[in-house]
Design a protein around this ligand. Structure first.
Ligand code: NAI
Length: 413
């Protein structure tokens, strides 16, 4: 085995949590509610040697985007069972290194879905009314009292590119305001309400008054809105991008906005974004009065933060309490029922031929009855959960720990 993590489930009072970077109090509420009280919280990120020292006795860590969980840090966290990223991204964690050591990583991909959808809808209204320009002028003493180029969004067509979590939420909200919704997705998606999937991006661009992008960062979505696609949009349409900064090519967009071919744009994500609030933001879109620029805050609301706190804490509790790894970003996903009256063995191993037969062989040779078994693999890692009679669990743990390829093995009571 490659870990010094505890093999027997500890009493909850001995399971130590470290929450960094001012994680929302909703996380504490969930952990306390589940019986976990040994929780250290710090308002800031911690790095390097200081982090290693803090992790010496920690079983679960919660971080946001700043704390760097490198392979070196992970290797020096002898008791760590799981990492909770209380945010969307997981680039700050060496996911491979964590998986190799049997450490599951969780995040909160969907807690800010509604926040993004609401902002996009508000921006669609603002842009179709020419508010950015009128607002700017009014601040400087101007007075543009005019209905020229001002439209209701009711009855207009919204084209959603990427009909996933955010795209579908937006679809529902937009229809409730009387918009017609069409969407383009690479996957055939069930339409919500009266929305309609179109055959390709071109068809969407040709008919939409508002185009909103909600695709993930993939090679296929990089620069997908280029010169030709922007040119294919209806005259007087608006473009909203709150997905990823490299989905839209900025120069042709600037051109279309300057010439007035597009009525406006709202951009929340950029090819180059400042690393912190103290760095200067530069973009060719600056100075255009028909453009709303926001600093990547589509999902940044207090409600989303509270949702993230609760969502990730619940995932950590489920993993600690019964081994469930559903929606882990680096680990085989296993959704597990309760195990009343049984002990549960969690066995993380290298995904190589022979491990499962060695496990089952060891159990049958030692006459250990299996009352439930759940196996899942991901890449080079396998995760099997085995429920056994309470009196057999010590022997089962001993025998399974000896199986070649074992990374980590522990028992939950
Ligand atoms: P999701 O994974 O639920 O949905 C993405 C959808 O796009 C899927 O239905 C997928 O099939 C589709 N898709 C993939 N490639 C496509 C292509 N080439 N053309 C058309 N459709 C394609 O993702 P979710 O949660 O809706 O997020 C969407 C985007 O929003 C992501 O890029 C995410 O990073 C970003 N985001 C931005 C935030 C902000 O603060 N601005 C906050 C949260 C998410």
């Amino acid at each position: 085995m490659t870990t010094e993590a505890p093999q027997y489930s500890l009493g909850k009072n001995k399971i130590n949590f470290l929450l960094l970077e001012g994680i929302h109090a909703s996380a504490l509420e969930v952990l306390n509610g589940a019986g976990y009280h040994s929780i250290q919280t710090l308002p800031k990120a911690v790095q390097g040697e200081e982090l290693k020292a803090l992790l010496a006795d920690v079983h679960f860590i919660g971080i946001r985007s700043q704390t760097q969980m490198t392979a070196d840090i992970i290797a020096n966290a002898p008791k760590l069972q799981a990492i909770g990223c209380f945010c969307i991204g997981t680039n700050q964690v060496d996911l491979e290194a964590a998986r190799e050591r049997g450490i599951a990583v969780f995040n909160a991909p969907y807690s800010n879905t509604r926040s993004v959808a609401e902002l996009v809808l508000a921006e669609a209204i603002m842009l179709l009314r020419g508010i950015p320009h009128k607002n700017q002028e009014a601040h400087q003493g101007g007075w543009i009292k005019s209905a020229a180029n001002s439209y209701e969004i009711r009855g207009k067509t919204l084209g959603i590119v990427g009909y996933g979590a955010i795209g579908t939420q937006l679809s529902v909200l937009a229809e409730s305001l009387g918009m017609h919704v069409v969407y383009h997705d690479v996957v055939k998606k069930l339409p919500l309400g009266n929305a309609r999937q179109v055959a390709n991006l071109q068809q969407l661009l040709e008919q939409s008054d508002v185009v909103s992008l909600h695709v993930p960062a993939l090679a296929s979505t990089k620069w997908m809105m280029g010169e030709a696609e922007i040119a294919a949009m209806k005259k007087g349409a608006v473009l909203i991008n709150a997905s990823r900064g490299n989905v839209v090519v900025i120069e042709p967009l600037v051109e279309a906005l300057r010439s007035g071919r597009l009525l406006g744009a709202a951009i929340d994500v950029f090819p180059k974004e400042p690393g912190s609030n103290t760095e200067r933001f530069e973009s060719p879109l600056q100075g255009l009065s028909n453009v709303i620029l926001t600093p990547h805050i589509g999902g940044s609301t207090l409600e989303a933060q509270a949702g993230i706190g609760a969502e990730v804490a619940e995932k950590l509790v489920k993993y600690s309490d019964n081994g469930t790894t559903t929606s882990s970003v680096n680990f085989p996903e296993v959704a597990l029922p309760e195990h009343p009256g049984r002990h549960r063995i969690l066995h993380v191993h290298q995904n190589i031929p022979g491990v499962m037969s060695a496990i089952n062989g060891a159990l049958s040779q030692n006459k250990i009855n299996i009352s439930g078994q759940y196996l899942m693999t991901k890449g080079e890692t396998g995760y099997v959960v085995i429920d056994v009679d309470a009196q057999s669990s010590s022997l089962a743990l001993e025998k399974l720990s000896e199986v070649e390829g074992t990374i980590r093995c522990r028992v939950l009571y």
